[in-house]
Design a protein around this ligand. Structure first.
Ligand code: FAD
Ligand code: SF4
Ligand code: SF4
Length: 461
């Protein structure tokens, strides 16, 4: 039978409706659609899709189970490698990973691996996740710093090996960027909470309001624990460094999204949030963070929401789906445009941004074509809120407080492939080691570090 060339559509809220609420945009597949989509898989013997998955899920294996209607077995196969499937099924940039190398892509759209993973994770959650069996205790204790995807994955895998794991989290809630960065309409908090509950059921303890480096030091952790994993992420905002950036109305994307997520603004308009947004909002950058800012602004009542980006649409780093959703919702894309200065009134309130048009030159160190300003093409745009989303750097607190820790040139902790740092027993992974990257790469790093920690502990017996 010929393979259908296109993915089965996933129904979603219409754009005009969804910009008035923070509810999740796609509804997910029905049982019937998931089975039909799973039947598009060719069950390739060489499994190219698996090489594109940083957490090594047996993709053909779980898809075969869906095609046969055995959703429980599919969930078991996924959970074997991935403790956070409802998260990765929603936010993984699968177009450049598992789906990017799917054989079906040669004749049309790849198998919708991400959507199928999400379907199974949601099926399992709605049915009630089985309490995992706890393995025999090894008597060893490991401290994990940070409860983002790197820390949670590392903690979950170590607990499955029988080690005692305590996670130390600076904030009052778990999940890292999954909770305070990515908005509710892309990743509902109840889903993050339910995946964290699963990790806790594996026996992991989470201690909140523990800022390691201030409340407790890494040296103090070593007095009680056999090994320490650092997964503190990249939360330090980068700025445009142009005049007027200190005006009232200019925020870093991090500050804006953290306020929205942690101060209940996502419950707007039912909940009167202290987070206020202007009428005309400009977001600078074109990654996932920028799309989240632009789309959140619309939901909080902005009349116009711009994405201002110095390169062209080909270079935009956001996931395809986020860009498409932003366009459908009416976000205005001003590409090949770079801000030069912010202009305020005599009270220090932001009023305008001056921009210059750009053209693309030869590729730079990043491999992308270098944007070059076009003299005389300056224009002024009226705005009252600016959100700067041009990247984040690794959090500096732990590197500053651990003596002898070798650092990389971007302020990241230097590690080998397995997450070993220059200090025996101290491991690191995720954005703190790579710089701002993706959820699934952070999870992959947490997984590799868990294996290396287990080896390290066994070697010390
Ligand atoms: P984090 O998720 O940053 O978690 C670090 C944790 O450590 C936090 O909970 C923090 O509070 C805690 N911490 C920090 N310092 C300390 C300390 N001293 N003591 C104790 N705890 C500490 N990636 C995708 O793949 N797809 C997407 O769609 C996507 N969208 C994104 C949208 C936004 C708005 C942002 C900001 C990022 C997005 N990313 C996306 C990137 C992705 O979220 C990150 O790469 C990923 O979360 C990194 O995981 P991590 O565990 O390394 O760090
Ligand atoms: Fe694909 Fe990401 Fe799921 Fe792996 S975790 S199968 S890369 S969507
Ligand atoms: Fe199925 Fe695509 Fe993987 Fe082949 S590459 S097994 S078609 S998901």
């Amino acid at each position: 039978m010929a393979v259908r060339k296109t993915k089965y559509e996933m129904p979603e809220q219409p754009p005009k409706e969804r910009i008035k609420n923070f509810k999740e945009v796609p509804y997910g597949y029905s049982n019937e659609t998931a089975i039909e989509e799973a039947k598009r898989c060719l069950q390739c013997k060489n499994k190219p899709c698996m090489e594109g998955c940083p957490v090594e899920i047996d993709i053909p294996g779980f898809i075969k189970c869906i095609a046969e209607g055995d959703f429980d077995k599919a969930a078991e196969i996924i959970k074997n490698k991935n403790s956070l499937p409802a998260v990765s099924g929603r936010v993984c940039p699968y177009e450049g990973q598992c789906e990017g190398v799917c054989t079906v892509k040669k004749i049309g759209e790849p198998v919708a691996i991400g959507r199928l993973e999400r379907f199974i994770a949601d099926y399992e959650r709605e049915k009630g996740v089985k309490t995992p069996k706890k393995p025999k205790s090894t008597g060893k204790k490991i401290a994990v710093v940070g409860s983002g995807p790197a820390g949670l994955t590392c903690a979950g895998d170590l607990a499955k090996m029988g080690h005692g794991v305590t996670v130390f989290e600076a904030l009052h809630a778990p999940g890292g960027v999954l909770m305070y960065g990515i908005p509710e309409f892309r990743l509902p908090k109840k889903i993050v909470n339910s995946e964290v509950d699963y990790i806790k059921k594996l026996g992991v303890e989470v201690r909140y309001d523990m800022v390691v480096g201030k409340t407790i030091t890494v040296d103090e952790l070593f007095e009680e624990y056999d090994a320490v994993f650092i997964g503190t992420g990249a939360g330090l905002p980068r700025w445009l460094r142009i005049p007027g950036e200190n005006l009232d109305g200019v925020y870093s994307a991090n500050e804006f999204l953290t306020r929205v997520n942690m101060m209940g603004a996502y419950r707007f308009p039912e909940y009167d949030t202290p987070v206020k947004i202007g009428k005309i909002v400009a977001t600078f950058g074109a990654g996932n963070v920028a799309m989240d800012c632009a789309r959140t602004s619309l939901r909080l009542g902005a009349e116009k929401s711009y994405i201002i980006y110095r390169r062209s649409d080909v270079e935009m780093p956001a996931r395809d789906e986020e860009i498409e959703h932003a366009r459908e919702e009416g976000v205005i894309f001003k590409l090949l445009t770079n801000p030069v200065k912010f202009i305020g009134d005599d009270k220090g309130l932001l009023k305008q941004v001056e921009c210059i048009k750009m053209k693309l030159g030869e590729p730079d160190d990043s491999g992308r074509r270098r944007p070059i300003p076009i003299p005389g093409s300056e224009e002024t745009i009226k705005i009252d809120t600016a959100l700067v989303a041009i990247g984040q750097s690794p959090n500096p607190l732990i590197p500053q407080t651990v003596k002898g820790l070798k650092m990389g040139k971007w302020g990241n902790i230097d590690t080998d492939e397995a997450g070993r740092t220059s200090i025996p027993g101290l491991f690191a992974g995720g954005d703190i080691a790579t710089g701002a990257a993706t959820v699934i790469l952070a999870m992959g790093a947490g997984k590799r570090a868990a294996r290396a920690i287990d080896e390290y502990i066994k070697s010390k017996k």
